[in-house]
Design a protein. Structure first.
Length: 401
């Protein structure tokens, strides 16, 4: 008999992972969702036809990536169909590289999940499912590192690239004056002298598709802080944070939660602990200060997102070697990505540029200037960022070195 109920979640997996699929189906069904996986197929059904129909009906398709499934033509085909419909939700159950073509999309890790509904990865996945079913982008997943150090190394490969940015030298750029495009003026000789750097560093802005960036002067004593750093909360959650002109760090509140301290990685001489200076979860923002001192000098240049236009080129930036180009979809889009009980925020909408661990990553314009900070995505077509105007209004003193 055909199942008359609409499919909320379809689970795609390799047959050898059936126990994991069964455990996941039970846990998701307990949440009240109608879950379909191929054990529903009864004798006499046309196997491929039924799966194709369910793939077309499903509002969310969870693909379980493992060493076996990444080599499965059927799983790859199912994932491709879900991707084209914008309903794909990748989940790793083993420490594998996501197949080519799917690795740029947000994913959740259930590598060590034993069915516990309190597992951070399971909770993250449920929030992502809720977002897909409601049509509201969910906060971007932040990979969880628990008891597998070899897995931690895989997830933090990009941190090594971020360390290279520590060698870049620049002057602290101040929030002073404005140009017609909304950007703010750079430092004068007096500004640099006040910071004690001794000289002006040259800055070559690197926009989408470019390779240019802050240029080092060769004096290690004046090495500039990177534009973005990685953070770990309770030694588990890996996410990104933006370095502000003042040398403070800003990241989403949904990443930090109630923690008072985080660990900085890829921050060079500022690596180590950072503490919360201010917490504004009503706008999903937390301001941090490294215990090693403010991250100055730095090369951060900020532009108001409101001066952008639909179609303008942007890029998601995590390090000089980790950048994803995109385009502006909307200058202001109201979203409740934190859930129905969360605030409605006006966000900058772009084409999909996000991946796992990108919460807090800066969005740059085509001149290399910060216009927003990533906070959410739908996993297929769109990413959302808190605009610089909101960050500056919330923490105005942090934008004045």
């Amino acid at each position: 008999m055909p199942d008359p109920q609409p499919v909320d979640v379809l689970i795609s997996y390799k047959s050898e992972e059936r126990p994991v699929a069964a455990r996941l189906a039970a846990a998701l069904s307990a949440k009240g969702w109608h879950v379909w996986w191929d054990h529903h197929i009864v004798a006499g059904d046309a196997y491929r036809r039924v799966i194709a129909e369910k793939l077309q009906q499903a509002r969310c398709v969870v693909v379980l990536w493992s060493t076996r499934s990444v080599e499965s033509d059927f799983v790859l085909d199912e994932a491709g169909r879900a991707l084209r419909r914008g309903v794909l939700l990748p989940v790793r159950i083993e420490a594998v590289d996501i197949p080519l073509g799917f690795g740029q999309h947000d994913y959740t890790d259930l590598i060590d999940w034993d069915g516990d509904p309190a597992h951070p990865g399971f909770d993250e996945m449920c929030r992502a499912i809720t977002g897909r079913l409601s049509g509201v982008p969910s906060p971007m997943p932040t990979p969880v590192v628990r008891v597998r150090p070899w897995y931690a190394e895989r997830r933090t490969w990009a941190l090594a690239a971020a360390v290279a940015a520590v060698l870049l030298v620049g002057a602290a750029l101040l929030w002073r004056g404005g140009s017609p495009d909304g950007s703010l003026s750079g430092p004068t000789s007096e500004d640099v002298a006040a910071t004690g750097t001794g000289d002006l560093a040259s800055v070559a802005a690197g926009g989408p598709g470019g390779t240019a960036g802050p240029v080092a002067t060769g004096d290690s004593r004046t090495s500039a802080a990177p534009l973005a750093v990685q953070i770990a909360v309770a030694a588990q959650t890996i996410a990104t944070a933006l370095v502000l002109p003042s040398g403070h760090i800003i990241t989403p509140c949904h990443v930090v939660g109630e923690a008072d301290t985080v660990e900085l990685r890829g921050a060079g001489r500022w690596d180590g602990s950072a503490h919360v200076v201010a917490r504004r979860c009503d706008v999903d923002l937390v301001l941090l200060e490294p215990d090693a001192g403010l991250m100055r000098p730095n090369t951060t240049v900020v532009r108001f997102a409101g001066s952008l236009a639909v179609g303008d080129a942007i890029e998601r930036y995590r390090s000089v070697s980790d950048r994803t180009p995109g385009r502006v979809l909307a200058i202001r889009e109201a979203s409740r990505y934190l859930g129905n009980d969360g605030p409605t925020l006006d966000l900058l909408a772009t084409t999909h540029v996000s991946a796992g661990g990108d919460s807090g990553a800066p969005i740059l314009d085509d001149g290399g200037r910060v216009v927003g900070m990533l906070v959410a995505g739908d996993g297929a077509t769109k990413s959302l960022a808190i605009p610089t105007e909101t960050m500056r209004t919330t923490f105005i003193e942090a934008f004045t070195p």
